[in-house]
Design a binder for this molecule. Sequence first.
Ligand SMILES: CC(C)(COP(=O)(O)OP(=O)(O)OC[C@H]1O[C@@H](n2cnc3c(N)ncnc32)[C@H](O)[C@@H]1OP(=O)(O)O)[C@@H](O)C(=O)NCCC(=O)NCCSC(=O)C[C@@](O)(CC(=O)O)C(=O)O
Ligand SMILES: [Mg+2]
Length: 291
Amino acid sequence: MKRLRRTMMFVPASNPNMMVNAPVFKPDCIIFDLEDAISLREKDSARDLVAEALKSIDYSDCEVFVRTNPLYTPFGEEDVRVLVAAGLRNVRLPMTETAEDIINLDELLTEIEKELGLENGIVKILGAIETAKGVINAEKIATASTRMLGISFGAEDFTRTIGAERSKSGEELFVARSKIVLAAAAAGIDAIDTVFSDINDDEGFRKETEMAKKLGFAGKSIIHPRQIKIVHQVFTPSKIDVDNALRVIQAIEEAEQKGLGVISLDGKMVDAPVVARAERIVRLAKGAGII
Ligand SMILES: CC(C)(COP(=O)(O)OP(=O)(O)OC[C@H]1O[C@@H](n2cnc3c(N)ncnc32)[C@H](O)[C@@H]1OP(=O)(O)O)[C@@H](O)C(=O)NCCC(=O)NCCSC(=O)C[C@@](O)(CC(=O)O)C(=O)O
Ligand SMILES: [Mg+2]
């Protein structure tokens, strides 16, 4: 079954306490961060900490990613080499701006997999798009490698690159968000929305999360455990949604037996796209364990 990626929680890779506790909060995914949350002085020790954590802590209830440093920095290649050897299977590549950025990582992973005797392609990539150039190239990035499992949006860096202030209403992000969702959908991979930095503003966070869901994102990057519940509430179908979806599927199955492809249910047309949406809701509900 397709994995749920409603929450991707950043955990600074210099904080052993947070690294140990992160799975207890049950985010769908954990991202150990070696990039912006780690100072230059700590880059090597943080990488070693992640390697140790991957080898010794059971993260099996969460999907684990590492946000490595970009490959154009002195740390990126070493991050990937050391951590794949320690068991990492998902790389979140920051500041992805072109298809070449992904292709370079793909080639490095191919080389490392060969050296370690791993199956070719076992390590997957999530490309983090967080610049104007990255947004413009989103379609090419999303299809640059068969390893791609998603693309994410990073609004903090993005607003910096376009010279805008980040607002809570998010008008300055609308086009970029939609472009990322479209690129991911066309490539058949997940789109993950950006972080919301004001940990204490639950109402603002919920609004932004609801908007991300409406736009078509599969989930949201987060920075604090208290944001998990809100995202899971928003991205998990409600009981009413699930009941309606099950009724739609049952109604269309009965109709098909009578040779009908389109019917009406409670005064609303039910045809193939409506059924496909209902099936998606059931899949999400099953993934979330509520069916
Ligand atoms: C903000 C704060 C310091 C607050 O900490 P505080 O300790 O004051 O919080 P408290 O409320 O006291 O925590 C209560 C209990 O929860 C534990 N706890 C808290 N947070 C936890 C956590 N994340 N994981 C596990 N455990 C956690 C804590 O250890 C404590 O446990 P305990 O002591 O046992 O009670 C902390 O959350 C934190 O560091 N967050 C991650 C920050 C980060 O990684 N930023 C970089 C990624 S974004 C970026 O780069 C932008 C981007 O690139 C994005 C893109 O591209 O997508 C772009 O451009 O947009
Ligand atoms: Mg960033």
